[in-house]
Design a protein around this ligand. Structure first.
Ligand code: HEC
Length: 191
């Protein structure tokens, strides 16, 4: 296991503002104020891109067995899950873009200390935002969204849709974030 020695600026910002975030569960429910096309994600092309994105993150040491670990903190969910945040730049194909990953931990009464001691325990899933080329998704700040299982497979919704691309439940819950950047924790990627 590798630990990053310094806390990333992004992790700091997310922790600093998390108290002010709305008390909502980081779940995949379809609720949200924005109308987004629920059939517009999970195509073969979306899944292919998500697999390439996972590979790029894995090559960069962000995901996978030997992934870099950042300090876990309590997420804003009312169920109190623990999360880890990391951001940076990776290249997918010939395009380099900003990524944000969020490791989600779930379990009865889990604590930050417990996950700090053993980040492989209770690791539930990984949410990723990857900023694509300008114009990819003008209504949602050009982010590509994906949810992965710990082994890197793309997660699916209860009705079997692959959670990659313009994933409606992710977008609708992230839309109200300040800065019109769809990022809750900070506005560093606002433009
Ligand atoms: C019910 C609302 C909700 C849904 C649905 C949701 N998120 Fe989030 N997400 C949040 C909130 C609130 C935060 C910030 C607080 C935290 O980290 O817990 C966040 C944080 C994140 C972050 C860190 C960057 C940021 O915005 O602060 C990523 C990456 C992320 N989510 C990805 C996803 C992906 C991918 C999906 C869909 C699979 C998704 N989220 C679905 C509410 C949601």
């Amino acid at each position: 296991m590798r630990w990053k020695k310094t806390v990333l600026a992004g992790a700091c910002a997310a922790r600093a503002t998390s108290a002010a975030l709305p008390l909502i569960a980081h779940e995949d429910g379809m609720s949200g104020s924005v109308s987004v096309d629920a059939s517009a994600f999970g195509s073969a092309g979306d899944v292919r891109f998500a697999r390439n994105l996972w590979q790029a993150l894995s090559d960069a040491g962000i995901v996978g067995d030997d992934a870099i670990q950042t300090h876990p903190y309590a997420g804003s969910s009312k169920h109190g899950p623990v999360v880890q945040y990391i951001d940076g730049t990776v290249t997918v194909g010939d395009y380099s873009g900003t990524f944000i990953t969020k490791r989600n931990y779930r379990g009865e009464d889990i604590s930050v200390e417990e996950i700090f001691a053993d980040p492989s325990s209770h690791f539930d899933s990984l949410g990723v935002m990857f900023r694509r080329e300008e114009g990819y998704a003008p209504d949602s700040a050009d982010w590509f969204w994906a949810k992965f299982m710990p082994d890197g497979t793309v997660a699916t919704t209860p009705d079997g849709m692959s959670m990659a691309g313009q994933v409606a439940p992710c977008i609708s819950c992230h839309q109200p974030a300040d800065g019109e950047d769809f990022v809750w924790g900070h506005d560093r990627f606002s433009r």
